[in-house]
Design a protein around this ligand. Structure first.
Ligand code: RFL
Ligand code: PHB
Length: 390
């Protein structure tokens, strides 16, 4: 098999890249470990920056999002049992769209297949070779047969646990990591979201977040210990803890059937550079941010824009400079998003630092919600920093 760009991973990054390349007349093949159904039902992110939503619309995959996505103009920070609204649109003129990541994935897969795009699901044993030569190869097994995909470039869109990053020689890569001593217990429940906007709650018992997927589905998160097991969190305990952490006069949390629950670590990770020879790392394969800023998927989409444009410049104009600058351009945004996500995480989560740090966090919340300049700084990061496509 031969193509121009071999893409490993059919998450948001790989699918979006393949759709952008297709629109620019560049051939690609996507190789995915899991089944189509698994990819389309994996519950993860929910918040799209305005720029991400605009990109999806501009490339013709925004129709269902326009119908079913929820455009939000503000978010709420709840502390001291009171609400403090950050008026995202008033402060920045921009908004966010709440639309599940798996819905984005469904829309992209449908668009790719409708356009005759090639996505091989349930491949195994993916190995990337010769990326430091002009003729990289990807070896894999599919439907019981050993196969090889020859290509000009490889896009490693295979997430944090994928194989692409580890195919770069360690001497050619620096990594930066931090793990927060918290985790999130995430719950999807069939119950109308009690508030129209997202609520980030900072409470003595720990952080809690109310989000949603539709007018009938709530997405709720609780700060928990990274060592917690799901068995320690029966539904009753979850509702009881949510009720305590969201406590506010005149606000009640209705209960409903829990459809899904999971525990997520809170990790920061950056690989530098995000490229080696003809291999380009994209999205979670290159970086992880803690979910408090709602940025992982948006950052993956930002990488994709840069890479698609650089590959287009290579094929259409014979220019290699944008590909050379791929990592440098992406990393500027990555570190700003890392900064924002870490700051949100530290400000909102209860830590073991003791009373001095509890007071500092409280002062931070008080300042952010009381100062127009500080609220604007939060808002402009939350709706998404401007793009630098290199
Ligand atoms: P993905 O989505 O992990 O996709 C990688 C794909 O590669 C496949 N794969 C392989 N394929 C072939 N061969 C191999 N050896 C392979 N190894 C892996 C995998 O099966 C998968 O299909 O990475 P991608 O595309 O970079 O997308 C990144 C996003 O998924 C991620 O950043 C976000 O989900 C993070 N995130 C959030 N981001 C936001 O922008 N807004 C949010 O509100 C938000 N909330 C969240 C989140 C992540 C969470 N969890 C569970 C980590 C909330 C949570 C709870
Ligand atoms: C979500 O809806 O899943 C969500 C919202 C905001 C976050 C993280 C996740 O910061």
């Amino acid at each position: 098999m031969r193509t121009q760009v071999g893409i490993v991973g059919a998450g948001p990054a790989g699918l979006l890249l393949s759709h952008l390349l297709h629109r620019r007349g560049i051939e690609c093949v996507v190789l995915e470990l899991r089944s189509r159904q698994y990819c389309e039902t994996r519950i993860r992110a929910g918040v799209l920056e305005q720029g991400t939503a605009e990109l999806l619309r501009a490339i013709g995959v925004g129709e269902r999002m326009a119908r079913e996505g929820l455009v939000h103009h503000g978010i709420v920070l709840r502390f001291d049992r009171r609400d403090h609204r950050i008026d995202l649109s008033g402060l920045t003129g921009r908004a966010i769209t709440v639309y599940g990541q798996h819905e984005v994935v469904k829309d992209l897969i449908a668009a790719r297949l409708a356009a005759g795009g090639e996505i091989l699901f349930e491949v195994a044993g993916v190995e990337v070779a010769d990326v430091d030569t002009p003729a990289p190869r990807i070896r894999f097994r599919h439907a019981g047969a050993h196969r090889e995909l020859r290509c000009d470039f490889v896009a490693g869109c295979d997430g944090f646990h994928g194989v692409c990053r580890s195919s770069i020689p360690p001497r050619a890569l620096s990594t930066y990591e931090h793990t927060f001593p918290h985790a999130w217990l995430g719950v999807l429940a069939r119950v109308p979201p009690p508030s129209e906007e997202l609520i980030y709650a900072s409470h003595e018992r720990g952080f809690a977040l109310q989000s949603m997927r539709s007018p009938e589905l709530s997405r709720l998160y609780l700060q928990c210990a990274p060592t917690d097991e799901l068995e320690a969190w029966p539904d009753d305990r979850i509702w009881d803890e949510l009720r305590r952490r969201f406590e506010r006069e005149g606000w009640t949390l209705p209960e409903g059937p829990v459809l899904h629950k999971g525990i997520t670590a809170m990790r920061c990770f950056v690989a530098d550079p995000m490229q080696y020879g003809r291999l380009f790392l994209v999205g979670d394969a290159a970086h992880i941010v803690p979910p408090t800023g709602a940025k992982g998927l948006n950052l993956a989409a930002a990488d994709v824009r840069v890479l698609a444009r650089a590959l287009d410049a290579h094929y259409a104009e014979g220019r290699g400079d944008l590909l050379e600058r791929y990592s440098a351009v992406c990393l500027r945004r990555v570190w700003k998003v890392q900064r924002f996500s870490s700051w949100m995480t530290s400000m909102l989560h209860r830590s073991a630092g003791g009373p001095f740090f509890d007071r500092l966090r409280h002062a931070e919340l008080d300042y952010v919600t009381g100062s127009r300049a500080a609220s604007t700084a939060l808002a402009e990061n939350y709706v998404g920093l401007p793009f630098e496509d290199g």
